[in-house]
Design a protein around this ligand. Sequence first.
Ligand SMILES: Nc1ncnc2c1ncn2[C@@H]1O[C@H](COP(=O)(O)OP(=O)(O)OP(=O)(O)O)[C@@H](O)[C@H]1O
Ligand SMILES: [Mg+2]
Length: 352
Amino acid sequence: MSTYAIWNNKGGVGKSYLTFQVAAEFACQNPNKRVLVIDLCPQANSSSMLLGGMFGGEQILTQIHTTAPRKTISGYFEDRIRSPYVSPSTGANYITQVSMHNSQMPRNLFLVVGDEQLELQSSRVSAATSPGPQDSWRIVHLWVRDLIEDINDRWDHEDCIVFIDCNPSFSIYTELSLTASDRLLIPFSADGSSKRAVKAVLSLIYGSTRRQGEQQSEFYLNSQRYRMALPQIYMYIGNRLTQMNQSSASAFRTVVEEIGEEIWEVWQSSPQYFCVHPRGASTPRNKRTFKQMFQYEVNDANTASVVSSALGIPISRLTAGQRDVAGRRITVNQSQLDKQVPNLRSLVQSIE
Ligand SMILES: Nc1ncnc2c1ncn2[C@@H]1O[C@H](COP(=O)(O)OP(=O)(O)OP(=O)(O)O)[C@@H](O)[C@H]1O
Ligand SMILES: [Mg+2]
């Protein structure tokens, strides 16, 4: 079983959109595996898309959020706030089978629903890391890992894969997502500030600093102190790339290349932070083979992406033609689908 965190310290780069598309596509490509999405973002965007999108999905979310006890990530955290240092083994009570609510989704896709209550809980979660037993930081940071273990037990350890949609901020629940994950997918958009955000990811998780004496993150220092494994970089994904015209394409390329350089430098000094894949592949020997292994690109599919997320239909299941979105007829073109579907398919084929 592998657990992937989808994280970038920058907002709006496509973490939730890619979680939705990648999880759905993986489930379609691997009907014999169970796919679990854990939505650890209080905005619950990926939950909303998975459960049916802007209308159907939002309605179901409201229903789930107003039913006690909450069958969401916050419901599980409530159990853990009551029992911070001994796992209550209640994680499996919080799974939702996505196809029960959204018929467009394959039956092997499951979700621990996101919840805005995470914001309210975060101070109580943080508080649990300091009193109590000496290694309370470590125990609390394993809550999401415990949740996955409970679900895995319920599923008799059958083959499964986990995707965690993270909040952009380096909040306590993002930390918990990272300690639960063994692999990291870093989406970024092709703009100047993305480079800074990718640097922040590297420094917050792996403590990489540019100058001597620069402060390292508490998360990194504590992970070292308690000898906890850190997730390894599996892919960095240039997302929402546009191929409108020659000059915008080359501007995007420049940014993607610069971010690639940044990550290439980390590889040269710290290859242990990377997950060489697929299993059995040989270690990249030069920049070209490094990029082939770790760098991916997903184009913007314009209207097709909007329709896909608004209606909760995975883009690879969407067909060209007219669709009704909020009472308006919207046309999805085959050319839009062709921009993104092949990207997603090949990206997902590289995930194991
Ligand atoms: N490849 C893409 N093609 C077209 N639209 C996209 C693509 N990726 C993301 N989007 C759109 O961009 C917007 C931002 O994406 P998303 O909400 O997934 O970002 P995020 O990183 O999860 O944001 P946040 O940091 O707020 O959680 C959304 O409207 C989403 O539908
Ligand atoms: Mg998001």
